[in-house]
Ligand binder design. Structure first.
Ligand code: NAD
Length: 372
């Protein structure tokens, strides 16, 4: 069985779906990997590294696609490219099923089956496949570094003969995977950190990392789904959070925002007025830019300055740490492939508690029509 890996072409993308180490592991399950020439270059893996690991490297993309039984990607490829696949192929990657549910519809006649890495349930059994966690971990870490590099101040408290330097104050909005990694990274750099999240359960995690958890009285409102995700809040509940955030943003040097609600626009947490109240030189890093942003002034994909406050809204921060992001993703994808391959052949069991929920198209039929 052949798994094909493409050189990702999306702007700013430097990751690759499978790295040579994972190619070796897949070989043990009788899975052969075909790689487009140059695919791993930006993640530190040369064509020779792939060949040494047992992969076949091809420069001809059409030839690569025509031999694929499974196509492993980071980003959903163009329709034109997917139409080059032979019938019955399985596609695995970040396919954006919530944002663009109809994107794969034109592939119906090709009997394609497609699995979205972002729909893999957050259950213990699927932890090794949790690519959202992998990428959020990288992004949360890097968000702190880009903020620190932009800030005209240092993070740690220093007591020198010349002066005492006060530690940076970092406010993190949304204490999920990315937020917790941002808190941990900012703490390692010596900052004083506080964080806000609508899920009460996040409080314990924030405190265990040495951060202060900001609590808002939401009147016993249900803020969390059974799956552990936040729900979309009413405007009134959101406003209570915004008031508290504005108050704390005033004294913060850095605000890192990571709040998301799956399939919805990101909640607006840092208003233009709150930014106006921030210190000159303060930095906002908005990790929710791709779903509209948590800061009212964010320009997704751009860095702007507003009254002396820098607002950055990078769209694909994980791709700026390609070697480790690819390492994590590669293992996530391989764990999923192992689940859909038996004795070296495809074995799609949609009753499986991971395979079923991750499926967005089965043999040409969109499987989530009722939900989206
Ligand atoms: P996410 O990216 O969907 O959202 C990030 C954070 O934003 C979440 O913590 C969410 O509560 C918060 N948020 C949403 N709306 C908000 C608002 N209006 N104000 C403030 N904060 C808001 O979430 P995620 O990081 O992917 O994690 C989602 C959940 O899944 C968490 O409970 C996490 O602990 C859990 N999780 C479980 C596993 C596992 O068990 N295998 C793995 C990863 C994550």
């Amino acid at each position: 069985m052949n798994v094909a890996v493409l050189r990702e072409v999306q702007f700013g993308e430097a990751r690759v779906a499978l790295l040579p180490d994972t190619v070796r592991k897949l070989a043990k399950a009788d899975v052969k990997v075909l790689v487009e020439s140059g695919a791993g270059e930006e993640s530190g893996a040369s064509d020779a590294d792939y060949e040494k690991a047992g992969a076949q490297v091809l420069s001809d993309r059409a030839a690569l696609l025509s031999q694929a039984d499974v196509l492993a990607v980071i980003n959903r490829p163009s329709l034109e490219l997917l139409q080059g696949l032979k019938p019955g192929v399985v596609v695995v990657g970040f396919l954006r099923p919530l944002e663009e549910p109809d994107a794969l519809r034109p592939l119906a006649a090709q009997n394609i089956s497609a699995f979205a890495m972002e729909l893999i349930p957050r259950i213990t059994r699927a932890q090794a496949m949790d690519a959202l966690t992998s990428m959020a971990t990288v992004a949360g870490y890097k968000a702190v570094l880009i903020a620190a590099a932009r800030l005209p101040r240092m993070f740690p408290m220093l007591m020198t003969a010349a002066s005492t330097v006060a530690p940076a104050r970092v406010l993190v909005l949304g204490a999920g995977v990315a937020g917790l990694q941002a808190i941990a990274t900012a703490r390692r750099l010596g900052a004083v950190v506080s964080a806000y999240d609508v899920r009460a359960a996040a409080g314990e995690q924030v405190r265990s990392l040495g951060g202060t958890f900001l609590e808002v009285d939401l009147g016993g409102l249900q803020t969390e789904t059974a799956g552990g995700y936040a729900v979309e809040l009413s405007e009134e509940a959101l406003q209570r959070g915004r008031d508290l955030i504005a108050e704390h943003a005033r004294t913060s040097d850095v605000v890192i925002t990571t709040a998301q609600v799956p399939g919805r626009r990101a909640p607006l947490l840092l208003t233009a007025e709150a930014v106006a109240g921030m210190k000159r030189g303060a930095v906002v890093v908005d990790l929710a830019g791709a779903s509209g942003g948590n800061c009212a002034l964010s320009q997704p994909g751009e860095d702007i300055e507003h009254n002396g406050v820098v607002i950055m809204a990078p769209l694909n921060l994980a791709a700026t740490v390609p070697a480790h992001a690819s390492q994590l993703y590669s293992n996530n994808v391989a764990a999923f492939i192992n689940l859909i391959v038996k004795d070296g052949a495809l074995n799609l069991d949609l009753t499986d508690t991971v395979v079923g929920p991750a499926c967005v198209m089965h043999e040409g039929r969109l499987t989530r029509e009722k939900e989206v």
